[in-house]
Write a protein that binds this ligand. Sequence first.
Ligand SMILES: *Cc1c(COP(=O)(O)O)cnc(C)c1O
Length: 391
Amino acid sequence: MTDQKLGLNTICTHVGEVKDEQFKGAVSPIYMSTSYAYEDVEVKRYPRYFNTPNQEMLGKKIAALEGAEAGMIFGSGMAAVSTALLAFLNAGDHIVLQKTLYGGTFNLVEEEFSKMGIEYTFTSGLEQADFEAAIKENTKVVYIETPSNPLMTVTNMQMVADLAKAKGIITMIDNTFASPVNQNPAEFGIDIILHSATKYMGGHSDILAGAVACSEAHMDKIWNKAKNLGGSLSDFSVWMLERSLKTMVLRVKQQNKNAKKLAKWLEQNGHVKAVYYPGLKTHPDYELAKKQMSGFGGMLSFELSDELDASAFMKELKLIKPSMSLAGVESTILSPTQTSHALLSAEERENQGIADGLLRFSVGIEEKEDLIADLKQALEKVVKDSLNFSI
Ligand SMILES: *Cc1c(COP(=O)(O)O)cnc(C)c1O
């Protein structure tokens, strides 16, 4: 290959393949060995060193997708998040995190960091002044997540990267919701890019995995921490993930298209109170999203009118499955209050703007007409029930 920068679909299909030298098969063989020769070898390989042939090669695909020097695969999104954070934070250090965060990350910080003597501040908002106000003398990391879960708020990556760089602070982003298809934070100067590969990278609701992309120098630190913490992924799942990534761009583009159509349909519906999707012109962060994203993603949230029962609505859906997690090829829906944000107190949820009736919708690759028909029939049922009830 030449040095020409490859397009996303080509990276997905070809970069980071394990070559089948012996039989010349079309796809990567799986190396399941947990034991490798140590004499006369360049690299001493062991699955918990994150360097089996499949682990190492998939890391290259992740790096290429994010336009970074290095990539690494973990046993879960939280293994990637916790390892990366702990690689750069020690007792006495301080971290600034944006206030709208994935529930698991919030819990990691609240439950573990104080015990470790790591100080933390959640920003009061997403503007420059909010980050400036939160940064202290001993701040080592600024951590963002955009678009955020579940309200799809958008954080200005360039602003955060510039602000942190001027003070010598490392920036990290949870890029799970956007996926590398819609957003490449490295272009804006964000240092460390994290993914729950369980979501769009896997895309079929059957792999739990995490990924990190960053510079070689930062990856050395992360690798050192990772081999001690031990959160590596089995080679079988690594292989599954490589297979899934081949179609990531096709999946995500279809999900982008569907989500935009559905967001617009929900927004014009009289029984829907609010729709949160960064691709809607009415979204407060629309202009910023347009500037820093190449697609608006497959995630949206909405609230039904107050008199309608959101739980009953979910039960009436026939195609769209009420289900934990997100980003599969199938459409799923959930109540953040009952699932992803259940561990937060009611006060914390209110502080993050998460209403009890909020529904988070992970839009799949189905035909949009079928999804709209499903939403429509379920809405009609709960509207009818609410009328009967009020008589
Ligand atoms: C799911 C998720 C995580 C955690 O990933 P796991 O693979 O479940 O450990 C982190 N961040 C976001 C935004 C997620 O959606």
